[in-house]
Structures are given as structure tokens and as C-alpha cells.
Design a protein around this ligand. Structure first.
Ligand SMILES: Cc1ncc(COP(=O)(O)O)c(C=O)c1O
Length: 380
């Protein structure tokens, strides 16, 4: 299907092609100097002491759980209104995800009060998700974590370039995990990054992403090492040089992408308010600076979302849902989670619809989407 306006779009230029070509011509494709440069630049950008490149954010979340000591018998508190990867990462360790509710229609982020209500003897960590790039209430969450001696892991997949109280999201918790999947604010196709301020933890993350080995093929190629030991049960969660090269170029463009996303979000809010005021827009009064990864809206209660999406599709506009709540998936019901009741999550999840948002959109595109949304509402 060729969309007039897709949900998201990438913006590669000759810069990305040239960077990839340089890697190919260098003859070194696996994790090496370009990945190291990407890590250093990403750490500097976020203000974290360390950035560890990984295959994707899911791998980053998995390693974050493992290095937080999460394992069988433990519980990790997280939202259900997220991509399934957040919860899967917990289950890879043998631990149980415990779903907390979101704040409500104004903020689709995890509620600190619900986190606190779900803390029990087996709770080991809290995993927050900055939905759409909008900051969770990190001061409140960090205070709860400190009081209960819990580790905080940030799923910052949507939040590259977001900040709260002048501190980048991803750097509040013990680790923060970013995604560079194709639809994200900066992309390497597949790819991810873990950031942390903890020197020892960074070293362990580096070993765990590469089979627990004490030196890399790259180190041996450079003559820095001649052999290696294996000191941990690790994984192959490495990023390659081609993706790192893409990442470096994309990172250099990120601030301009994000500021355009923010301008488009303001336009969306104005046009929706004017043409379709019945459609609610969450995060209106959010604190901090959002990377504006998504443009979530809440359709008026009683509107048939499937028909609405079909009407948008007939007009050439792609929409999506973020998210079908994880606790309702078959694989999660089977995990003994079917009894959980999350009223705010369920109410929002039934009405949420995501409109297109990507930096190359024009004001005219926004107007077209909003007019189509108005017509789709009227056609119900
Ligand atoms: C909230 C959230 N967490 C985690 C992930 C997983 O990211 P990746 O695809 O890089 O593993 C995604 C990806 O879409 C996501 O949206």
C-alpha cells in the first residue's frame, strides 16, 4: 500500500550512504572503531559516563535486568501500555513482570502511586517507559525506588533527546535503553544503546553483549590483545560498524529532527483543537522537553476505532495503536497475569490512536491528517 502520509518515515541523505560506503571500503564490518566513536558521541550527547551499543533496545533491556540481579523468583514492575519487548526482557531472565497502571488520560505513563501499590517482597526493579518520548514522573519514581531499595531501568526507546529538569531521559535510572529501530527518532535499521554512569556496570555490559569475553576480535586485530577469557555467560548482542556509521550521522541530525517534531506536534494540537475538539490529546501539560516520538490521541468514547482507521486509510493516511496492553496478550495471560486489573490502561487503550509524525512532514500534511480525522469522525 502506498500511503499519502505514512505513520513514520526515514530521512536518509548522501551522508548516510557515504558513511556506510566508507565502512564497506574499510574492510572492517564487525564492532570496532566506528562503534566506539558512536558510543563516545552518544555518551556525550546524553551526558552519561558510558554508552554501550547493542543489537537493539530489547537486548539492552535484557542486559539491564540481568545486571540488576533480576532472575527467577523476582518481580519487576512496569507498565502494560508498552511494546511487548519491555515485558519480554523481564521474562527472559525468568522473573515475573508485574503490571502497574498508567496515570490516566492526561499522561499515558506509569503511575508512581500504582508502582508503590505493587511493591512486594519479591520486587527487584522498576522499569519505566517514557511513552512517546514524554517523561515519566522520574523524581517521584526515583524517590520510591530509593525508599524501597529498588533498581530503576529506563526503557527510553521513544525518548532519544528527551529531557526532564535539564537531565536527559535514560540517565535517571541505573541504566537507560534506547532503540534505533526504523521508526524511531534516529535509526540504524536495527540497533540500540545502553547508557549508565556506573563504571563497573559498563564493563560488565560490554562483556555480556559479547559472550562474556574479556577482549574483542577488534582488540586482537589492533594488537591490543592476543587471547581472551570468558568470565560470564554472555550473548551476541553486538552492533556492527555499518549500523554504527548510520547511527553517527543520524545522531548529528537528531536535534534538528526533534525540534521539527516538536513544532509539528504544536501544529497538530492547534489544528485538532480547531477542527476536531472532541479528539483528546494526552501530555498537554507534560513537564520537560519531549522528543515527540509519537502523536497519540484519544478518540471520543463510543467511536468505532476500526472504522475510523479504515476511513483514514481510504484517505491515504496510516494510523496505528500504541499499544494493545501487554497483560491482555495470550502469552501473558498464560503467564498467570489474566487477573490483573488496570482500569486506566484499559480505558485509554480502547480509545488510543496514533497519527503520523515524522520530521519531513509539512504543515500542509498535518492539516490534511486533521481534516481527514474530522471527516472520519463525522462519517461515523
Ligand atoms: C517502548 C519500546 N520498548 C522497547 C522496544 C524495543 O526496541 P528494539 O526494537 O530496538 O528492540 C520498542 C520498539 O519499538 C519500544 O517501542
Amino acid at each position: 500500500m502506498v500511503w499519502k502520509i505514512p505513520l513514520s518515515d526515514i530521512d536518509f541523505t548522501a551522508e548516510e550512504s557515504d558513511a556506510v560506503l566508507r565502512v564497506i571500503e574499510s574492510g572492517w564490518l564487525t564492532m570496532g572503531a566506528v562503534t566506539q566513536q558512536f558510543e563516545e558521541e552518544f555518551a556525550a550527547y546524553t551526558g552519561a559516563r558510558h554508552a554501550v551499543a547493542v543489537t537493539n533496545a530489547t537486548a539492552g533491556l535484557h542486559l539491564s535486568c540481568l545486571t540488576a540481579g533480576v532472575g527467577p523468583g523476582d518481580e519487576v514492575i512496569l507498565p502494560s501500555l508498552t511494546f511487548v519487548a519491555t515485558a519480554n526482557a523481564v521474562r527472559y531472565t525468568g522473573a515475573t513482570p508485574v503490571f502497574a497502571d498508567i496515570e490516566g488520560e492526561g499522561s499515558l505513563n506509569i503511575s508512581p502511586a500504582s508502582i508503590e501499590a505493587n511493591i512486594g517482597e519479591r520486587t527487584r526493579a522498576i522499569m519505566v517507559v517514557h511513552y512517546g518520548g514524554y517523561a515519566c514522573d522520574m523524581p517521584a519514581i526515583m524517590e520510591i525506588a530509593d525508599r524501597h531499595d529498588l533498581v530503576v531501568i529506563e526503557d527510553a526507546a521513544h525518548a532519544v533527546g528527551s529531557s526532564l529538569e535539564k537531565r536527559m531521559l535514560g540517565t535517571w535510572g541505573r541504566t537507560g535503553c534506547f532503540s534505533f529501530f526504523s521508526n524511531k527518532n534516529m535509526t540504524t535499521g536495527e540497533g540500540g544503546m545502553i547508557v549508565t554512569d556506573d563504571d563497573d556496570l559498563a564493563g560488565r555490559l560490554r562483556r555480556l553483549r559479547s559472550h562474556g569475553m574479556t577482549s574483542l576480535t577488534w582488540d586482537r586485530h589492533q594488537g591490543h590483545a592476543w587471547s581472551y577469557d570468558v568470565v560470564d555467560l554472555g550473548y551476541n548482542y553486538r552492533l556492527d560498524e555499518i549500523r554504527a556509521a548510520l547511527g553517527r550521522v543520524q545522531l548529528s541530525k537528531l536535534d534538528s529532527y526533534n525540534s521539527h517534531r516538536r513544532e509539528l506536534t504544536v501544529l497538530y494540537r492547534e489544528w485538532l483543537q480547531e477542527l476536531a475538539p472532541a479528539i483528546e490529546i494526552p501530555f498537554r501539560d507534560h513537564p520537560g522537553i519531549s522528543a515527540c516520538h509519537l502523536l497519540p490521541v484519544l478518540l471520543p468514547p463510543g467511536v468505532d476505532r476500526r472504522k475510523f482507521m479504515e476511513s483514514m486509510k481510504r484517505q491515504g493516511i496510516q494510523t496505528s495503536i500504541h499499544y494493545p496492553p501487554v497483560h491482555r496478550f495470550q502469552a501473558y495471560r498464560a503467564n498467570g497475569q489474566q487477573t490483573v486489573s488496570l482500569p486506566a490502561t484499559e480505558a485509554v487503550a480502547a480509545r488510543e490512536l496514533t497519527l503520523p509524525l515524522y520530521p519531513a512532514m509539512s504543515a500542509g500534511d498535518i492539516e490534511l491528517v486533521v481534516r481527514s480525522a474530522r471527516d472520519s469522525l463525522q462519517g461515523q
